[in-house]
Design a protein around this ligand. Structure first.
Ligand code: HEM
Length: 411
């Protein structure tokens, strides 16, 4: 099938060439229009890997996401390329499990994510954001990803989990090198190096913290996890460690990504920023619009457990099925003029997943963190401007900027 000189049958969606400057939105638009469930025949960077189905529309992602019996999180990996994360690591976290194992663990973890517990953190999050912004005092310019977003998200998840503040930098580096392992700037040693060095160090730090909380309970999440109980059942040590790993990874990268891309969109669309400055109660809607246009994870993946059909395509048992949230957020059948950043849109997006068992556990925390980050940044620097080229992480999985230089403007 050829469109605009491109043969979609031959396109390998996961290949690096398409992701050097962020997600290939034009390519996804063509795929949605011409073959919304699209077969990619292999991944050039990993020659041993099988290909995958790309699910690109909001309706089809909704179907896949809610049918865990047909589309398993446990059977294969959770990213298009198996090589990105070792399968044993994925299956040890509940994001890589199917029911009933998944449901038991998620229920125990949910004990730490009640709306009441999250809401109680608003003031603390605001203080964290303010103190990070305070460090910019007297400066004309800064780099928003590493000087604002990273220290804020690290400290928020760190304080939530009970990680000592002086360890924030170590955790952030470990997580960035493991999750962004395909990007040479984030991880010059390559994927294997990041995993071999990073994972044991992370486990060691987790074990220490867990032992301390067992001994002396506090009110942080690690303490909640150590002591959580459902029907007389508690979490085992390795389950806590793996959950801890999942939470710090998810909490570290995701919110940072949406904040940075959202701030860039506000600077590129001063009329939209003006709306928020005039009426800050619109900020939660702007958060949703940023999530729609810049979902932190470009995709998650399932594996078919049986032969099936999806939107007219025959899928075989064992096939990889990739849900592209970067595509469904711009599905024109759901969103009018989908490439326009519109803070009044209040979209129903799939950035946190499309429902079903694996729907993001951290939605309330992420939404609160993003709201406070936008509120405080806009209040302090209403005239912030772009001061150079933003750079995207080169990855078909992590949809985030690694560098966003800005001029702060008079406060
Ligand atoms: C902008 C912020 C965030 C985005 C866009 C996001 C996105 C997602 C997505 C798409 C999934 C589902 C994957 C699937 O269906 O397979 C997911 C799962 C998950 N997220 Fe988030 N996330 C965010 C923030 C957070 C935060 C702050 C935390 C926790 C501290 C968190 C914890 C989790 C966990 C534990 C899962 C696995 C749930 C399960 O498998 O049942 N996320 N997230």
């Amino acid at each position: 099938m050829a469109t605009m000189g491109r043969n979609l049958n031959e396109v390998r969606v996961g290949d690096r060439e398409f992701w050097e400057k962020g997600p290939p939105h034009e390519l996804f638009r063509e795929i949605r229009e011409h073959c919304p469930v699209h077969w990619t025949n292999g991944i050039s960077e990993f020659p041993g890997e099988t290909g995958f189905w790309s699910v690109t529309t909001a309706d089809d992602i909704h179907t896949v996401s809610r049918d865990w019996q047909t589309y398993s999180s446990e059977r294969g990996g959770i990213t298009a390329a198996n090589a990105v994360f070792p399968i044993e690591l994925v299956r040890a976290m509940f994001i890589g499990m199917d029911p009933p194992k998944h449901d038991r663990l998620k229920a125990l973890f949910q004990a730490g994510f009640t709306p009441k517990r999250i809401a109680a953190h608003e003031e603390e999050i605001r203080q964290i954001v303010r103190s990070v912004l305070d460090r910019l005092e007297g400066r004309d310019e800064c780099e928003l990803v590493n000087e604002v977003a990273q220290p804020v998200v690290s400290r928020v998840i760190g304080s939530f989990m009970g990680i000592p503040e002086e360890d924030d930098g170590v955790w952030a580096n470990l997580m960035n090198s493991i999750l962004g392992a395909s990007d040479p700037d984030l991880n010059p040693g390559g994927i294997d190096d990041a995993i071999q060095k990073g994972v044991p160090e992370i486990f060691e730090r987790c074990n220490k913290l867990i032992a301390e909380r067992r001994e002396t309970p506090t009110d942080d999440l690690t303490s909640v996890l150590v002591h959580a109980e459902i029907d007389g059942e508690k979490l085992e040590e390795h389950e806590i460690v793996m959950g801890f790993f999942l939470l710090v990874a998810a909490g570290n990268d995701s919110t940072k990504a949406t904040y940075s891309s959202g701030m860039r969109a506000l600077m590129e669309n001063p009329d939209q920023r003006r709306l928020l400055l005039d009426d800050p109660s619109l900020i939660p809607g702007a958060v949703e619009e940023a999530l729609r246009m810049f979902p932190a994870f470009a995709h998650f993946r399932r594996t078919a457990t049986r032969d099936t059909e999806l939107n007219g395509q025959q899928i075989k048992e064992g096939d990889k099925v990739v849900m592209w949230y970067v595509s469904s957020g711009r599905d024109a059948t759901r969103f009018e003029d989908p490439d326009r950043f519109d803070v009044l849109r209040n979209p129903e997006h799939q950035a946190f997943g499309a429902g079903g068992r694996h729907y993001c556990l951290g939605t309330a925390l992420a939404r609160l963190e993003l709201k406070v980050l936008f509120e405080e940044t806009l209040a302090r620097y209403p005239n912030m401007e772009l001061a150079g080229e933003a750079e995207a992480v080169e990855s078909p999985f992590l949809n985030q900027l690694k560098c966003l230089p800005v001029r702060l403007g008079a406060a």
